[in-house]
Design a binder for this molecule. Structure first.
Ligand SMILES: Cc1cc2nc3c(=O)[nH]c(=O)nc-3n(C[C@H](O)[C@H](O)[C@H](O)COP(=O)(O)O)c2cc1C
Length: 396
């Protein structure tokens, strides 16, 4: 083909259009008359622009953004591309069963909402709607310790199983006491988040500061905390080492928590086999392999790429939940085949909620369920127990 300037321009334009970098720049401006209805939505990516259209900019940026250059945020998607399937044919998969059991609790699908702060930023019904969406989907919800609605009220909002997530505070006793109260309210497990010892540098939020009038729960507005007596001034950073300041916490606190709390405690934020082994050694109930959806340490690996070595390091029976970047049923299938027991989704639930309220969050879970079921059927796998690493091929 002749190389003309026009041809070169067309190729460049096609490259830009296909680039994930171009996606955030495509801001659909919906005519209120022509916003897609819930029935028009065919995959969970499509909730995001509708949510973006419907909620305030700073809320959308808080939900969708990542840290620094958002490299890990992008890697959470590209990490899945190295993995393909090895489908098997002529297997009877007519009775597809997606149910699984976690800590003795049967759930209809191995997928559930991750703990994410402040659901009322997406919709006034907040976590009440999310809890009902999870229950309607036959699955559990892991409620954030920064929820907009107190955990006792959410506990009463639905009959479905619930876990509670802990951000430990400097006062260890009060952290443990909050877990005990959550357990009293019926939360069946604690996810202890360990990957945020320092606040992270979220540039979308810094740029939105003029828009952010009040302190959104879980959102740093960049104001500085009061410096404790004795802390050297140079330890303070221009962004501020603030809010969830638990940099002093270590494995000793996990022991204390495990001693006090009589339900399983999963350590959330594990990214290395070394730490997974330590969790087993200390007697944790399980782990959540997570990079916090690319919101804390940029250049942390995607979770799907570290999952194989983590699975190898722990006993096959040790419960592993995974999150960060899961958007397709095929993503879920890859993780389950490698050895995860269940997958949590963060942002998509909030996009569903922001776009269409409870019905949107319910549809997010339903689309993931349907995509997972179809992908398993096409791979010749009729249930979760039949999944094993032979389902996938991982390119090095
Ligand atoms: C808006 C938002 C708020 C979050 N708040 C919390 C939180 O309060 N506690 C926590 O452990 N993780 C929190 N996370 C991290 C999620 O639990 C989860 O690890 C992450 O969202 C998974 O990635 P995904 O959003 O790509 O699915 C939050 C994530 C988002 C997007």
């Amino acid at each position: 083909m002749k190389h003309t300037r026009r041809r070169a321009f067309e190729k460049f334009a096609a490259f830009l259009a296909a680039s994930p970098l171009a996606r955030p720049q495509q801001e659909p401006r919906y005519d209120p008359e022509h916003i897609p209805t819930l029935d028009d939505i065919v995959n969970i990516y499509e909730f995001e622009p509708v949510c973006r259209h419907r909620i305030p900019k700073q809320n959308y940026d808080f939900i969708s953004g990542g840290v620094d250059s958002e490299w890990t945020l992008r890697r959470n998607r590209s990490g899945f591309e190295r993995i393909t399937f090895r489908p098997r044919m002529l297997v009877d998969t007519w009775n597809m069963d997606l149910s699984t059991t976690l800590f003795g609790e049967k759930i209809a699908i191995p997928i559930f909402p991750a703990p994410t702060a402040a659901h009322q930023l997406a919709h006034p019904q907040g976590e009440m709607a999310t809890a009902r969406a999870a229950a309607a989907s036959g699955t559990l919800i892991c409620l954030s310790s920064n929820s907009s609605i107190p955990f006792d009220r959410v506990a009463k909002a639905s009959t479905g199983p619930k876990w509670w997530q802990l951000y430990a505070r400097e006062d260890e006793e009060s952290s443990i006491e909050r877990c005990l109260r959550a357990v009293d309210e019926g939360y069946k497990a604690i996810a202890f988040t360990v990957d945020g010892p320092y606040n992270s540098h979220r540039e979308r939020l810094l740029r939105d500061r003029p828009l952010t009038q009040s302190t959104m729960p879980g959102v740093s507005t960049g104001t500085r905390r009061k410096r404790p007596a004795g802390e050297p001034a140079e330890e303070r950073h221009s962004y501020g080492f603030q809010t969830q300041l638990v940099a002093r916490l270590d494995w000793r606190f996990l022991d204390k928590l495990l001693n006090a709390v009589k339900v399983p405690v999963l350590v959330k934020g594990i990214l290395t086999p070394e730490d997974a082994e330590l969790c087993v050694k200390h007697g944790a109930g399980g782990i959540v392999v997570s990079n916090h959806g690319g919101r804390y340490l940029d250049y942390a690996p995607s979770t799907i790429e570290v999952l194989p070595e983590i699975v190898q390091a722990v006993n096959r029976k040790f419960p592993i939940v995974i999150d960060s970047g899961f958007r397709r049923g095929t993503d879920v299938l890859k993780a389950l085949a490698i050895g995860a027991n269940a997958v949590m989704v963060g942002r998509p639930i909030l996009w569903g909620l922001g776009a269409y309220g409870e019905a949107g969050a319910t549809r997010v879970l339903r689309l993931l369920r349907d995509e997972l079921g179809i992908a398993m059927g096409l791979c010749g796998k009729p249930n979760i127990a039949s999944l094993d690493p032979s389902v996938v091929k991982i390119d090095r």
